[in-house]
Design a protein. Sequence first.
Length: 370
Amino acid sequence: MKALLGHRDMRRCGWLLAALALAGEALAEVRVQDIARLQGQRTNTLMGYGLIVGLNGTGDGGGNEHTLRALMAMHTRFHQPALSAEELKATDNVALVAVEAVVPEFGARQGQTVDVVVSAFAAESLAGGQLLTTPLQYAAFDPHDPATQQILALAGGRVEIPDAGNPQRGVIRSGCTLEADFFYNFIAAGYITLVMDDEHAGFQWTQLVARAINHELRTFAEGGQSAALDAGRVAVPLDFAEALDPKNVRVRIPEYETARPAGFISRVLQTDVFLTPRQPARVCISRSTNQVSFTGTVTISPTVLQLPGLGTLAVGQAAPATDTGGRKEVQFQELLATLSKLQLPPAQMVAAIEHLYHTGTLHAQLVYTE
């Protein structure tokens, strides 16, 4: 490939690759909280059905039986019963909507406010509308479980339309007031469990996370090292963290931290993972855009590519005049740099990569994305 690039071009490519490598090292610091979450750390969705009023003729009250029934129920509740649905058919400034609010992943207290999302069933637009006060319950409603039937929040307020192209969906900023406390339990039997995110799940990652936590938090049991030595016992360092499987790491909370575990959990989450596993060699190709990306150390064995309209490209082979008998594998980024320099069309570049893979000279997994 060097024969196709001038010395200056190769030097520029080398500088670029070196700069990218240094940038990668600078950004390589990974903390536990960046790749894992606490078991029990999750959001909760509250839901209800409500009525939006004040619409400028874009509601569904005139022709939607569900909206008419909701209007009749509201009239009855406030002692203004309607004799029949016919009385309300001309009401086109009202819309029936689904109302949703999300409780933050670390819980919330009574009186706290969160945003509300309202979605129309049949209305043309919710612009300019006002959501009447609507009770919200757990989205996972169970008629046989009283705990899911409680009113946990009240929602209401003026509707904003964040996307003009979709006026059937609106947002009410801080429109939901919580009527209950939401406490999430992160501790079970003196342990917390870290759940790796999908991108970092694997035995290598959980082992490295456990090792990093143990290195950061290791101490001596039974009162510490000095007490153990004074008593004539051998001090044995104990592991705090244990990798259970490719997804979970269990961390023991020491007895002296159980009364106030928040500080300990914070230290665990902020622990630096000082080693990271080597990424698998993988080349990803987008079927829709022909975009090529790769992870890990991808190499190519010496071979020759025939590029239609451009001629022959020797990969990993010295020119005959300077051949010393040495052949070595080529880094994949070098091939990409060369093909880009030749201004090879994306489809032809993908075809060349696929050819290398099928001939066994590309040492990586080949993965396709949409």
